[in-house]
Design a protein around this ligand. Structure first.
Ligand SMILES: [Zn+2]
Length: 210
């Protein structure tokens, strides 16, 4: 699995691409940055987006969602529990942070814990990790965990926004801490890390029972 990370858009949100080098099929994970430069870059390597995945429904991860859907024609897949963020700007926090009531067409596929999303010969498993939002998920596969705003390098996501739940977030972190230590973590904001590094140094992962 080849992985790219771009952070071109507003609000310092990462866009990740996971790609199958044997078939050229790739998925986008979160849609904060303009598609043009990213598609040019991955196109040079022979990759094509076949699905758009969201880690959760917050505004800063869907800023350019309409552009991505239009230019790729790829189906949007996201957690069923966050799908109402697309129709409710209070839940996506578009109203609160961006001062705009932006809404989107519903997803083509609703995802649930344990589902898999295939692309080429590869797949990512959906791991429900509620807490930052009710429908936050991580995508696990190929030695990677795309953790959205659940787990960051040295930190964790906010739990004070609508639908946030600290106890649920801590339970989700316990689940993530049980992944193999060498799993590469690709968060929704900031630098990449590994599960092992976070269970050693991240206070929320070091003492997941606290
Ligand atoms: Zn968020």
């Amino acid at each position: 699995m080849k992985v790219y990370t771009f952070c071109d858009g507003g609000w310092a949100s990462n866009c990740h691409i996971a790609a199958d080098e044997t078939t050229g099929e790739a998925v986008l994970i979160d849609a904060s940055s303009e598609p043009e430069r990213i598609l040019k870059r991955i196109g040079e390597d022979g990759f094509k987006i076949t699905a758009i995945l969201l880690t959760h429904g917050h505004f800063d991860h869907i800023l350019k969602l309409d552009e991505w859907r239009e230019v790729t024609g790829a189906p949007l897949m996201m957690s069923a529990a966050d799908a109402d963020c697309l129709s409710d700007p209070a839940k996506s926090c578009f109203s609160f942070f961006a001062g705009e009531d932006v809404t989107f067409a519903p997803p083509e596929r609703l995802l649930y814990d344990g589902d898999t999303v295939g692309f080429g010969s590869l797949s990512l498993r959906v791991l429900a990790t509620s807490g930052h939002t009710p429908g936050s998920v991580c995508y696990i596969g190929g030695g990677y965990a795309f953790t959205g705003d659940t787990l960051f390098e040295g930190s964790i996501g906010r739990f004070d926004l609508p639908g946030g739940d600290y106890d649920a977030l801590r339970a989700s972190l316990r689940t993530l801490a049980s992944l193999p230590a060498e799993t590469k973590v690709k968060p929704g904001h900031g630098n990449s890390t590994t599960i092992g590094r976070e269970t050693e140094r991240n206070i929320y992962m070091k003492s997941p029972e606290a």
